[in-house]
Design a protein around this ligand. Sequence first.
Ligand code: SAM
Length: 245
Amino acid sequence: MPATPAWPPKSLPRLFVRTPLSDGASIELDAGQANYLGNVLRMGPGDELLIFDGSSGEWLARITESAKKRMVLTVGRQTREPENIPDVWLAFAPVKRTQTDWLVEKATELGVSRLQPVMTQRTNTERVKLDRLHAIAIEAAEQCGRTRLPDIAEPISLKLLLSEVSGRTLYFADEGGGEAAAGAFRPGPAVILTGPEGGFTDEERALVRAAGNSVAVSLGPRILRAETAALAALAAYMALAGDWR
Ligand code: SAM
């Protein structure tokens, strides 16, 4: 398991690009990124930055052309290999927009490998805007030094989730009680499941507890808000079974 990125972070700007990267490649940035580097950071030809494409690690690049809404980079040496992200998914019942945005940003920083929205009986959010969540995850990955982005999956029902995660340990954050989080998480492919603001129904709790791969986990004596519970569980997983060890 690799160490966490060096601290303090390098001062070079760091951007995700959709083009596959290799030594010597020429990359044209999109208009938003060109505007950010050129007009916000006042960067121009000769200036350096770090870029990553989500699969080939991180690369040093130099600006070789700069116009009003256009910027071209030449890729230099690789600065980091792609890191191994712990194989942990966060299956969460979407909450209000601001809280869901916050959850996606923080879970990306914490190192989640997949974010899986789950529609439960008490979920009162009709739509999840995946494009928006992707953009938030990209920004968080740029900021925290990830070289891989988390997958952000289409929302699914709780029943479908249970059938799709049979090969993983399903850590079920159950406000009704369970194994103390301090000892519950063990290395191996995992999914952490957290409920909506109104919690899981008794029927859902019984369904999840009946799954052969589920472990009910308690996050302590207080009832946490849904997004707090999701991130607390993920942090506990990272400390006990992920890349904080
Ligand atoms: N049903 C609760 C109520 O109305 O009082 C609130 C549910 S809580 C806001 C949302 C979700 O966070 C729960 O479904 C559970 O997954 C998780 N959660 C919150 N506190 C927890 C705790 N102490 N232990 C385990 N899970 C917790």
